[in-house]
Design a protein around this ligand. Structure first.
Ligand code: ARG
Length: 373
């Protein structure tokens, strides 16, 4: 592994000092970091730099509509945690702290970064909480089809499987510097879930649908000032459409539109009855209603679109550009009924930011030895 990019470190320190005048003068810190990189090949962020860097990585992420509250991100500094057990235990702690009393708080846990010649830990799950997908012999899938490959991999590594429902929580797959992945089961109390009901249709509950409350992305690399934090799981709260118009609706996910349309008594023989559209709206009503009933934080796409434009305006007022990717920002239903649809955005790529790194299957971890089950 190469030593870190001095120019990236300097750019970040300039940004940090420009936005945090109370942090003192830039020059001495620049010289200190240059010297540290010269002698060790890397450098260590102060806690203040880390907190700011993580928050700005969120602020700079062009795909996220929820950035109005970027400054309130709770940063859990766990840079001394390097072992697989330690990472798994802190992920559990993260999930507990991210939704105290069902109120979801945007939270990130930052583990040890990569150092020259010594990579930091990795979490191979896409999110801390995801549901298994079991491929059946008849070609159907029980659970979330998106995770069939991951499920097959962890089963090969020794996961006995869950109870075989559509909502079996996958184990965490974590590797430390030595590279061999280990598996850890999440305790039930770390996995807050909401059972779905519909405010008008009593039959809806009998579908037995549920979803987890905390979306915690765990396979992205947090890059701050040239330092790569390969394990830095982070969460916000859900926007209803993520569950109701994608996870449950996409044909390569739970694909529930046909069954819901049928139960609603819609004419599914022609696209032009707009049965998919009707069913999708009712499913989204059910998602928002159920989270509200359970007292669990969730936002809707109308509110979040307005907040996002407030955020863009605030950023402009602060003299910054707000990078945004239209195709990710516009909600998957009723796009034109939200204000974010009716304009274009700046597409700059700014740092700090989050980047994808190759996943476990790409890295061929399915063949690695397992020590932790
Ligand atoms: N769309 C993803 C999911 O359905 C979650 C992505 C992050 N979402 C968020 N609200 N922070 O699980």
């Amino acid at each position: 592994m190469q030593e870190i990019d001095v120019a990236a470190a300097e750019d970040f320190l300039r940004l940090f000092h420009a936005e945090n005048p109370a942090a003192g003068p830039l020059e001495p810190r620049l010289r200190q970091v240059q010297m540290e990189i010269y002698t060790t090949g890397t450098y260590t962020h102060t806690p203040e730099e880390l907190t700011f860097g993580a928050r700005v990585a969120w602020r700079n992420n062009a795909r996220c509509i929820g950035r109005l509250y970027w400054h309130s991100l709770q940063v859990r500094d766990r840079r001394w945690v390097t072992t697989a057990e330690g990472v798994a235990a802190e992920c559990v702690g993260h999930l507990r702290e991210a939704a105290p009393a069902r109120k979801v708080r945007p939270t990130i846990t930052v583990f040890a970064p990569d150092r020259p010649g010594r990579p930091g830990p990795r979490i191979w799950n896409e999110q801390l909480i995801r549901y298994a997908g079991y491929a059946m012999d008849d070609g159907t899938v029980i659970g979330d089809p998106r995770y069939v490959d991951f499920t097959t991999m962890v089963r090969k590594l020794g996961w006995p499987g869950g109870s075989g429902t559509h909502f079996d929580v996958l184990p965490l797959l974590v590797s430390a510097a030595d590279g061999s992945p280990r598996m850890f089961t999440l305790p039930d109390d770390a996995v807050l879930e909401v059972e779905l009901t519909h405010p008008s249709y009593r039959w809806f509950a009998s579908l037995g649908l549920r979803w987890h409350a905390v979306p915690a992305i765990s396979n992205m690399c947090l890059e701050i000032g040239g330092i790569h934090y390969g394990a830095a799981p982070f969460n916000g709260w859900y926007m209803g459409t993520e569950i109701g118009a994608r996870n449950f609706a996409d044909i390569d996910r739970y694909d529930l539109m046909p069954i819901i349309a049928h139960l609603l008594g819609l004419d599914t023989t022609t696209d032009r009855s707009l049965w998919r559209d009707h069913a999708m709206v009712e499913l989204n009503v059910a998602v928002l209603h159920s989270f509200d009933q359970a007292g669990v934080t969730i936002t809707d796409h109308h509110t979040e679109s307005r907040r996002f434009l407030t955020h863009v305006a605030r950023e402009e007022k602060a003299g910054r550009v707000c990078p945004a990717d239209w195709s990710w920002i516009v909600p998957p239903i009723s796009g034109s009924a939200t204000p974010v649809f009716h304009r274009y955005y700046d597409e700059a790529e700014l740092k700090p930011n989050f980047a994808h790194h190759p996943d476990a299957l790409e890295r061929g971890l399915g063949h690695a030895s397992v020590t932790g089950w």
